[in-house]
Design a protein around this ligand. Structure first.
Ligand code: ARG
Length: 471
C-alpha cells in the first residue's frame, strides 16, 4: 500500500509513492515532538535573521513568527495533530505554518536544512537538560549535607574489598558522595560549553549561498560560539555522546551508593532504615519490606550505560556528513535523561528520609580491628620502619583474634613484649573513636578535617538556589 507524494516536502523528484511500511519505519515525530519548543525558538531566531539580511520582508517575518508562536501554544496545550506521514517534528511544524499563512510559510526553510536544524534543536534541548540535571545533582548534594547535624559524631566502619578496614565518620561518607557528584557537575559544565555551539546555518552539509548572518542567530539563541565547519557541524553528535557519558557516570555513582545502602539496610548490617515510602512489600512473604527504589536506581543504571553504548555504536563508521542513522540518537538520549532525572529525584528523597541505626552501628564497631592501622602508624612514629611495624601489629591482631577480643582489650605486657616502644600510649589510639581522632592528614576522616570540609560544602550549597527546570 502506497502513500501519495503530494504532501512530501521532498516529493518533487519522485515519481514513485512511499510504501506505508517505509513511512512507519522512517518517522521520528512519535518521539522527536519533544523538541518542538526548541525547534520553534530556533525557527523564530532564523526568521528574525532572514528579515534582517533582507531575504524576507518585515511583514513576512511577522506572519511567520506569529504563526510559529501559535503552533507552539497549540502543541503545549495538546491541541496539535502531529502527522506521521510528515516524518518529524520539523516538517510537522513547517507544514502547519504553511497551512496557516500560505506561501510565506514556505520561505522559512531558506538557508537551512533539516540536518543543521535537528542538530541545532538537539543542542538547545541538551543545554536545558544539562541545567536541569545539574540542579537535581545539587539537590542530592544538599540532601547529603543536610544529614550532617543529625548524624554528627556517628562512626561507621569503612570498607575496602567489602571487608572492615578503618573507622570513618558518617558525615565523611556523605561528603564522599558530594565530591563524586561534584565531578559530575563539573563534567556537565564542561560538556555544556561544547554543546552550546550554533549548528544552524551550515545547511545540508556545505553551507549556503543565501547571505545569512549566523552570528545574529547565535546571539539570539544564547550560544557561546558558532561551529566553524559545515561538514562537521551538520553531522556532529559528539555532544550527545558526551552528555550520555556524563549521565552514565552519574547513574554509576548513584548505583554504587544504592548498593551500599541496600547492604546497610539488611538484617545482617542493620546500619540503616530506609523509609517505607521508598520500599515495597512481597505478595507472598508478609514480613518483607524491600528497598526497591534503591534496587531500581542500581538496575536502571544498566539502561543508561546501554544507551551510551548504543550511541557510540550508532556513530561508529559513519562517513561525513549527515546520515539518517543519526535519527536513532534521540530515543536513547531521551531515555537516559528521563532515567537519570528520576533516579536523582528519588535519591534525594531517600537520602533525606533514611535513618542511621546508631545503636546497631555502635554495638558492632569494635569488630574487625578498625584501629589496627592507626596502631601501626603509632609504632612507625616511634621510629620503627613501616614494614616491621606492619608485621608486629599483624601478630598482635592475630593474638587478639585468637582470644576473640579487640586490640584495646589486650594486656599492656603483650604490647610491650611485641615491641619495646609500645607502652601505655597505645591506648590513646585504640578503639574506633580514638583512631578517628588520631588521623591528621588533609581530607582524612579526622573530625576537624570533616568539619572543615562540611563548612566548605555548606557555604557552597547555600548560594545556588536555582529551582530545577522542567524536563
Ligand atoms: N528526523 C531527522 C533526524 O532526526 C531529521 C533530519 C532528516 N534529514 C534528512 N535529510 N532526511 O535526524
Amino acid at each position: 500500500m502506497d502513500v501519495p507524494l503530494a504532501d512530501k516536502p521532498w516529493g518533487g523528484v519522485f515519481d514513485q509513492t512511499t510504501d506505508r511500511r517505509v513511512e512507519k519505519f522512517t518517522e521520528s515525530v512519535s518521539f522527536d515532538r519533544r523538541l518542538y519548543a526548541h525547534d520553534i525558538r530556533a525557527s523564530i531566531a532564523h526568521a528574525h535573521m532572514l528579515s534582517k539580511v533582507g531575504v524576507i520582508t518585515d511583514d513576512e517575518r511577522h506572519q511567520i513568527i506569529t504563526g510559529l508562536e501559535l503552533i507552539g501554544r497549540e502543541i503545549a496545550a495538546g491541541d496539535f495533530a502531529f502527522r506521521e506521514d510528515l516524518e518529524d517534528v520539523h516538517m510537522n511544524i513547517e507544514r502547519s505554518l504553511v497551512d496557516r499563512i500560505g506561501d510565506v510559510g514556505r520561505k522559512l526553510h531558506t538557508g537551512r536544512s533539516r540536518n543543521d536544524q535537528v542538530s541545532n534543536d538537539l543542542r538547545l534541548w541538551v543545554r536545558d537538560q544539562i541545567d536541569a540535571i545539574s540542579a537535581l545533582l545539587i539537590e542530592v548534594q544538599r540532601s547529603f549535607v543536610g544529614r550532617a547535624d543529625g548524624d554528627a559524631g556517628v562512626i561507621l566502619p569503612g570498607y575496602t574489598h567489602l571487608q572492615r578496614a578503618q573507622p570513618v565518620l558518617a558525615v565523611h561518607y556523605w561528603l564522599a558522595y558530594c565530591e563524586k557528584l561534584d565531578r559530575d557537575l563539573d563534567r556537565l559544565a564542561d560538556c555544556r560549553g561544547r554543546v552550546n555551539q550554533l549548528a544552524l546555518g551550515t545547511a545540508a552539509l556545505a553551507g549556503t549561498s543565501i547571505p545569512i548572518d549566523r552570528h545574529m542567530v547565535a546571539e539570539e539563541l544564547e550560544f557561546d560560539g558558532i561551529l566553524a565547519n559545515s561538514l562537521d557541524s551538520s553531522s556532529d553528535r559528539d555532544f550527545v555522546l558526551e552528555f550520555a557519558f556524563c549521565l552514565s557516570l552519574i547513574a554509576i555513582h548513584l548505583s554504587g551508593w544504592a548498593e551500599e545502602w541496600i547492604l546497610w539496610s539488611t538484617t545482617e548490617f542493620s546500619f540503616l532504615r530506609i523509609p517505607q515510602a521508598y520500599c515495597t512489600g512481597s505478595s507472598i512473604m508478609p514480613q518483607k519490606i524491600n528497598p526497591d527504589v534503591l534496587e531500581l536506581i542500581r538496575g536502571k543504571t544498566a539502561r543508561v550505560v546501554g544507551n551510551l553504548t548504543s550511541l557510540l555504536v550508532l556513530v561508529k563508521g559513519l562517513p561525513l556528513a549527515y546520515n539518517r542513522d543519526l535519527q536513532e540518537d534521540k530515543e536513547r538520549l531521551f531515555d537516559s535523561v528521563d532515567t537519570v532525572a528520576a533516579c536523582l529525584e528519588l535519591a534525594s528523597a531517600v537520602v533525606v528520609g533514611a535513618e542511621l541505626n546508631r545503636e546497631a552501628i555502635a554495638a558492632q564497631l569494635d569488630r574487625g580491628y578498625l584501629d589496627a592501622t592507626t596502631l601501626m602508624e603509632h609504632l612507625i612514629m616511634q621510629g620503627v620502619p613501616q614494614r616491621t611495624a606492619h608485621e608486629i601489629i599483624g601478630r598482635l591482631v592475630a593474638s587478639a583474634m585468637k582470644r576473640g577480643v579487640p586490640l584495646v582489650e589486650l594486656p599492656l605486657d603483650e604490647f610491650q613484649s611485641a615491641h619495646s616502644s609500645l607502652d601505655r600510649t597505645v591506648y590513646d589510639v585504640l578503639g574506633a573513636r580514638r583512631a578517628i581522632e588520631a588521623f591528621t592528614s588533609y581530607g582524612s576522616t579526622n573530625p576537624e578535617q570533616v568539619e572543615h570540609q562540611l563548612n566548605i560544602w555548606r557555604e557552597r550549597l547555600s548560594d545556588t538556589t536555582e529551582p530545577p527546570l522542567a524536563i
